[in-house]
Write a protein that binds this ligand. Structure first.
Ligand code: 13P
Length: 290
């Protein structure tokens, strides 16, 4: 009886598959993406200044829910920083992960270890790991897979060098890194992924991509995700911009349609400047009409 009732409900009342698809697509297009601001501290701070900085950011973030804020201290200070932000809405991230669960991997840190100390987000494929340490696309794809399986929000960093940009290869490089990085990521796992577009020539140089240049690459990234997965995944995916983001340029970047926050380096080392960037993201989110 229950089965019959259920069948009548499905066939007589529910919209057709086409109409359902259309409604989902409208809903997704109307959905606002909550900005995500990451503070990548790189190899900076010490235990005391790190704890103070984290505390000042946590105080500013308070209970605000219009923006997600994650800080990525050096591995060694994760635990100390966690003790400061544990009961706050500020999230703790790691700058790297190793793709094996345990074993003879001197100097590396596993997902289980990061889970142990309260990490919820992991950066993968940062340009300094690609270009200074020499991490390959293959290694990055393995780390993506592990990080997602270990339950972390996983931020795939991609971006072209100045040489590549000047040779007209920006999209070839960026979309190539995107596809290889996501090679083993299933559609259902994409909700755990954030993309950070960080042109290498803009990192730590004071040169920011113009909002128009950044927006046009972000738009292509979203289009590529639509082809690799589907429109709904593409429309919900958050794409951060990184590269000399400061309080002075943040609002213009966040006003772009496909820029959903920032991954901040130098300006994340000062609570005043990082907090101002967080405020700019919140204001841009509140100003979006839906
Ligand atoms: P800067 O903000 O210092 O340019 O660094 C960007 C970055 O690499 C964040 O991951």
């Amino acid at each position: 009886m229950y089965g019959l009732k259920k069948r009548i409900v499905l066939s007589d009342v529910e919209p057709s598959r086409e109409i359902r698809g259309f409604l989902v697509s409208c809903a997704v297009q109307m959905m606002k993406r909550r900005p995500i601001i990451g503070g990548n501290w790189k190899m900076n701070t010490d235990v005391e200044s790190g704890m103070l900085l984290a505390g000042a950011v946590a105080d500013h973030v308070g209970t605000c829910d219009c923006c997600e804020v994650v800080i990525y201290p050096p591995f060694l200070y994760l635990q100390a920083v966690d003790s400061v932000i544990d009961q706050t809405s500020l999230c703790l991230g790691a700058q790297n992960i190793w793709h094996e669960a345990n074993g003879a991997f001197t100097g590396e840190v596993s997902g289980a270890m990061l889970n142990d100390i309260g990490v919820s987000s992991v950066l993968i494929g940062h340009s300094e790991r690609r270009h200074v340490v020499g991490e390959s696309d293959t290694l990055i794809a393995k780390k993506m897979k592990t990080s997602i399986l270990d339950g972390f929000q996983t931020v795939l960093c991609i971006g072209e060098t100045l040489e590549e940009r000047e040779a007209g290869k920006t999209l070839e490089v960026v979309l190539g890194q995107l596809q290889t990085g996501l090679a083993d990521v299933a559609p259902a796992q994409m909700q755990m992924v954030v993309i950070a577009y960080e042109p290498v020539w803009a990192i730590g140089t004071g040169k920011t991509a113009s909002p128009e240049d950044a927006q046009s690459v972000h738009k292509e990234i979203r289009k590529c995700i639509c082809g690799l997965y589907d429109e709904s995944i593409a429309n919900t995916l958050r794409i951060q911009y990184g590269g000399s983001v400061k309080p002075e340029n943040a609002a213009k970047l966040f006003a772009c349609q496909d820029i959903d926050g920032a991954l901040v380096g130098g300006a994340a080392l000062s609570a005043d400047s990082f907090n101002a960037i967080v405020t700019a993201a919140c204001e841009s989110y509140k100003a979006q009409e839906v």
